[in-house]
Design a protein around this ligand. Sequence first.
Ligand SMILES: *[C@@H]1O[C@H](CO)[C@@H](O)[C@H](O)[C@H]1NC(C)=O
Ligand SMILES: *[C@@H]1O[C@H](CO)[C@@H](O)[C@H](O)[C@H]1NC(C)=O
Ligand SMILES: *[C@@H]1O[C@H](CO)[C@@H](O)[C@H](O)[C@H]1NC(C)=O
Length: 371
Amino acid sequence: MLPGLLSLLLLLPALRVSANTVPEPCEVDDEDVRCFCNFTDPEPDWSSALQCISAVEVEIRGGGRSLEQFLKLANTDPKQYADAIKAVRTRRLTVGDARVPAQLLFGALRGLGYSRLRELTLENLEVSGAVPPLPVEAPGPALTALRLRNVSWTVRGAWLAELQQWLKPGLKVLSIVQTQPLVFSCDQLGIFQTLTALDLSDSSGLGEQALPAALCPLKFPALQSLALRNAGVDSLAGVCAALAAAGVQPQSLDLSHNALRPAAPGAPSCVWPRALSDLNLSSTGLEQVPKGLPAKLNRLDLSCNRLSRAPRSDELPEVSTLILDGNPYLDPEAHKHQDQKNSGVQACARSTLALGVSGAAVLLRGAVGFA
Ligand SMILES: *[C@@H]1O[C@H](CO)[C@@H](O)[C@H](O)[C@H]1NC(C)=O
Ligand SMILES: *[C@@H]1O[C@H](CO)[C@@H](O)[C@H](O)[C@H]1NC(C)=O
Ligand SMILES: *[C@@H]1O[C@H](CO)[C@@H](O)[C@H](O)[C@H]1NC(C)=O
């Protein structure tokens, strides 16, 4: 998947360390914890990645290059290097900025099956070509977290189902952000039995219309936390309906950075997931507390909106923690200034003071601010 990793995992015995290596693409910190490689140079010294063997956290950047040249390695049977791979300490690996044949990516996953890797992050990758057939023996690593940001696949909807089959069960955190289009082949997807956190943020084309399909029904039975930040969602009722349709029951729902519009009068209301206790509506352009919120919440974040007066208690759900900072009624001057600087729903002056303070205290803080 990445030359550095491959040299670590598949090529270990074959590596030749070249002499003219200034500057080194890879750097390890003094504690041997973090190793960072930047292979931007047109003729990089791949063997520099050997330094990363002792690091717990490894990040490898490919400078946007194609890794086609390593394709022949994908057919190497990683079993013969199993002991070497087991010795690698890496728990967290980030690979970014490259064009990767799917065959190579999945070949590397297979090698990582022998590793102690727990968290894998892929960023700014273009994955091309078909996914190779699943090998008969145990597949890839036992990840607890898989994070993909801006990863594109030539095999459209099917890639998540494929990827899932190459991982040992036990994934808890899945994040697929900045991905267009966000379409999964739900019928091919297995059940993510242990997945508690799903993040589908920054895919502006999503919206509540495509949401039910992205939240593959009944595939996330253990979900506790769902993030849909900046996901093109514009109606709370729509999100509520999508959650109901998909049968997900999150306790925590992050809808921040979506431009929410007020519910149309007489619009059908929806039954929110029973477990929902934490709702984030920060930076959603709200001018008033929206109608149709769950009746009771533990925490409601309404910060960085356009509330021009303090919400009345009859507008609010029963809530223990209410976050209201960054609304114009609390500090009209600061807000005017912010709007000039950067427009849109993101403009916000947050005070760190208010986070996590109880609702009563936050409201009081607003009042005190004007005293
Ligand atoms: C990698 O190196 C190139 C060239 O030296 C540099 O422009 C780039 O910012 C570096 N990337 C990172 C993530 O450090
Ligand atoms: C997304 O990844 C591609 C490479 O696949 C890269 O060219 C592009 O700059 C990335 N976009 C962002 C916003 O980082
Ligand atoms: C709500 O979302 C905003 C923006 O994404 C974030 O800064 C804030 O920490 C979140 N609030 C809570 C209570 O997690």
